[in-house]
Each structure stands twice: as structure tokens, then as C-alpha cells.
Design a protein around this ligand. Structure first.
Ligand SMILES: CC(=O)SCCNC(=O)CCNC(=O)[C@H](O)C(C)(C)COP(=O)(O)OP(=O)(O)OC[C@H]1O[C@@H](n2cnc3c(N)ncnc32)[C@H](O)[C@@H]1OP(=O)(O)O
Ligand SMILES: CC(=O)C(=O)O
Ligand SMILES: [Mg+2]
Length: 356
């Protein structure tokens, strides 16, 4: 383990100083596109105007014989465009693959000044982050970069989940963690065949009444991902980084996608992945607090003054702990509204009504 005194020292001579705080920039949707697909890559500027994060994916979902084309496509997209406040991320190939070394060397050298975050798949423990951390520092120094690249880990192995706290705290570069339900299911030998979402067989059933075993017993489907998301959120908060739900593979089922995203939002996640344009607005809606909730939060904050003591508002007791929750919602709303005039207007209109 590195000494806390050395934690914020660059890992290579000439590399930029590590960041001391992870910027809480809007990242409600991390939109995946395949840079080897010329049609998709051509849409990058149009997509960038609609999303918080645009991510050029080089790993799974890119065919093995298109890996070089995807890497070169991402370099082209980054060089040919200025995406303004939209962040540009990439997901590189896994650390045991034949492509990852060239991914990192090429991307940092060619477009290191354009990239914000590098997503690393199948992270098993802190040792994987340490490897990437040092290599990035060497490449940044050689490329003369002045801003350090941040690292995002995908939680998609049983070992990664067991080590999630050490992964979250492995480097000052750690920006966040996403749940990777598809690979995680395979790694855990779960008997599912889906990319995220629930399963009708994972349920609880009400007790039998009067000895009747088969009739009148309601079942409730349970969330397969509750434990992992909750654990990931705690690990991220512990280390001051950001948690995300990952992909929802049933593109057609926009209703269940919204539910899965909302579960993650309510548990503390700041965003999710969008795999298809239809999921962009779902993520925007879910990961922006609802105007009614923002209005309520602002009303409680206004009524609570210095935030101590107890008051009754609309029949509900408020004290220090509830005002803290309200501040989380109100601060997120303010941060998102700062770059979204439509959202700002909706929040202000709902607040005016609530305070009238
Ligand atoms: C488990 C994991 O690792 S998840 C992460 C890895 N997976 C991915 O990144 C997948 C990303 N998404 C995709 O590749 C695609 O959405 C697919 C293959 C799932 C479906 O693509 P299609 O069969 O083309 O879907 P569909 O016909 O509905 O597409 C409609 C339009 O949206 C476009 N489109 C689809 N997905 C995307 C995307 N992610 N970004 C930009 N445009 C897209 C299509 O090119 C098509 O454009 P067109 O109307 O100009 O022809
Ligand atoms: C997100 C991802 O890579 C997975 O679910 O496997
Ligand atoms: Mg995966």
C-alpha cells in the first residue's frame, strides 16, 4: 500500500499532478458508440449535443477483427470534433487482452488531451488499477499532458465485487465504478442469460393461507442487482468517487429500463449507460431529480433555517437528517439546472407552486 503522504504524487517524472477531488460533472448517461462503425461515428457530434458523456467503446460488442478500426475511429472522432462541455470517455479492452496495450499507448499519445476518463473492464482488484495508474503516468509524461486522465472501473467479476472497496480507493485517478451485470452474472455462474434487469424466477411468494399451497399466493419479483449496487455505492462514497448503473440490454423494454435506472438512482447512483439512442432520454429523466421532489427539498431547507431542530411540514417530521437528504436532492438539481435551462425552469416553477 502506498503511504498516504505519497498518494497524490505523480507516478512518473513529468506526469501531471493527480486530482484531489473528482469533479461532480453531469454524467446521467454514458452513451456508448462503436467507433469502428462509420455510420455511428459520423453521428458523434449530433449525439454529443444530447448526452452528458459520449464513450467510444473498444471492448466487448466490437468484433475482434474491428479492434484496430475502432481505435483509429475514436482517434479520428476526437481529433475532428470539439464536444464542448460533453465529456469524451473510452472503454479500452480488458487488461489480459492482446489489444489493451496499444489502446492505452495510442489513445493517450494521440488524443490524451481530448479524453476525460478511461473505463477499464473486468477489474479484479486494486492491482489492476495500480498497473493502469503507472502506465498512464508514463504515457502522460511522454505526451506532455497537463491534465491527468481519470479511471473508471467496471464491476463485473465476483473478485471485483469482493474487492470493491480497495478498487474504489486504489488511485487518486479513480473517478467512478459502473455495475457490469452481464459479465458479473457469468463470473458468478448466475443462471441468467440477460444484460441487466430482473428475472421472473427470482421472487418471493406470500405465505399460504389455510393450507392452500397453489392458489391466491402473490409473488413479487426481486432485484437481482440490489446487493451489488448498494455495496458499490458505499465503496464509492467511502472514497469520494461516483457510482453508476451499467447497461440494460433489452432495448425494446423501455419501461423496465426506466425502473432499473430508477432503482439505481434512488440507491445513490449518478447515471447509467445508454446503449441505444432510445435510452438517452430515459437516463436524463431518471437521473435528474423530479421537479416535485426538488420543490419539496427546497421547501424543507427553507423551513429548517440553520438545519437543526425539528418541525412539522405537511404532517411530516423534519430534522437534521431529513434536511441533509433534501440538500442532496437540491444540490444535484442546482448542478444539473446550471447547464439545462429547461430543467431550471421546471424546478423553479414547481418550487414557486410548493412555496405559494
Ligand atoms: C454488456 C456490455 O458490454 S454493454 C456495452 C457494449 N455494447 C454496446 O456498446 C452496444 C451499443 N449499441 C449498439 O451497438 C446498437 O444499438 C445495437 C447493435 C444494439 C442495435 O443497433 P441497430 O440494430 O442498428 O438498432 P436500430 O435499428 O434500432 O437503430 C436505429 C438507429 O440508431 C442507430 N444507433 C443504434 N445504436 C446506437 C448507438 N449506440 N449510438 C448511436 N447510434 C446508434 C443505428 O445506427 C440506427 O441508425 P439509422 O436510423 O441512421 O440507421
Ligand atoms: C457492462 C458490462 O460490460 C457487462 O455487463 O458485462
Ligand atoms: Mg462486460
Amino acid at each position: 500500500m502506498r503511504s498516504p503522504k505519497d498518494f497524490f504524487a505523480p507516478l512518473a517524472i513529468g506526469a501531471p499532478d493527480p486530482v484531489r477531488q473528482i469533479p461532480a460533472l453531469p454524467s446521467r448517461m454514458i452513451h456508448f458508440f462503436d467507433p469502428s462503425n462509420e455510420k455511428m461515428a459520423a453521428k458523434a457530434p449530433e449525439l454529443a449535443a444530447k448526452v452528458d458523456v459520449l464513450l467510444g467503446n473498444l471492448e466487448d460488442a466490437v468484433k475482434a477483427d474491428r479492434k484496430e478500426a475502432a481505435r483509429a475511429g475514436l482517434v479520428r472522432v476526437a481529433r475532428d470534433n470539439d464536444f464542448g462541455t460533453t465529456q469524451l470517455w473510452t472503454r479500452v479492452n480488458s487488461l489480459d487482452s492482446p489489444w489493451v496495450l496499444d489502446d492505452l499507448v495510442t489513445l493517450v499519445t494521440e488524443i490524451g488531451d481530448k479524453l476525460d476518463v478511461i473505463m477499464v473492464p473486468k477489474v479484479e482488484g486494486a492491482h489492476d488499477i495500480h498497473y493502469v495508474d503507472r502506465l498512464l503516468a508514463q504515457l502522460e509524461a511522454r505526451a506532455g499532458l497537463t491534465k491527468p486522465l481519470l479511471v473508471h472501473a467496471i464491476l463485473e467479476t465476483a473478485s471485483g465485487v469482493a474487492n470493491v472497496e480497495e478498487i474504489a480507493g486504489a488511485s487518486p485517478r479513480m473517478q467512478g465504478i459502473s455495475l457490469g451485470p452481464a459479465d458479473l452474472a457469468a463470473s458468478r455462474r448466475m443462471k441468467t442469460t440477460r444484460v441487466g434487469g430482473g428475472h421472473p424466477g427470482y421472487l418471493v411468494r406470500t405465505d399460504p393461507i389455510g393450507g392452500e399451497l397453489t392458489e391466491g399466493r402473490t409473488t413479487y419479483q426481486q432485484d437481482l442487482w440490489h446487493y451489488t449496487v448498494a455495496r458499490m455505492v458505499d465503496a464509492c462514497v467511502l472514497h469520494g468517487i461516483l457510482p453508476y448503473y451499467g447497461p440494460f440490454g433489452d432495448i425494446r423494454d423501455v419501461v423496465a429500463c426506466e425502473d432499473q435506472f430508477r432503482n439505481a438512482f434512488l440507491l445513490g447512483c449518478v447515471g447509467a449507460w445508454s446503449l441505444h439512442p432510445v435510452q438517452i432520454d430515459i437516463a436524463r429523466k431518471v437521473f435528474s431529480p423530479a421537479p416535485g421532489d426538488v420543490a419539496w427539498a427546497r421547501k424543507v431547507i427553507a423551513a429548517m433555517g440553520d438545519g437543526t431542530g425539528a418541525v412539522l411540514i405537511d404532517g411530516k417530521m423534519q430534522d437534521d437528517a431529513s434536511v441533509k437528504q433534501c440538500r442532496v436532492v437540491a444540490e444535484l438539481a442546482d448542478a444539473l439546472a446550471a447547464s439545462d435551462p429547461e430543467l431550471a425552469e421546471a424546478y423553479d416553477a414547481a418550487t414557486k407552486e410548493a412555496l405559494a
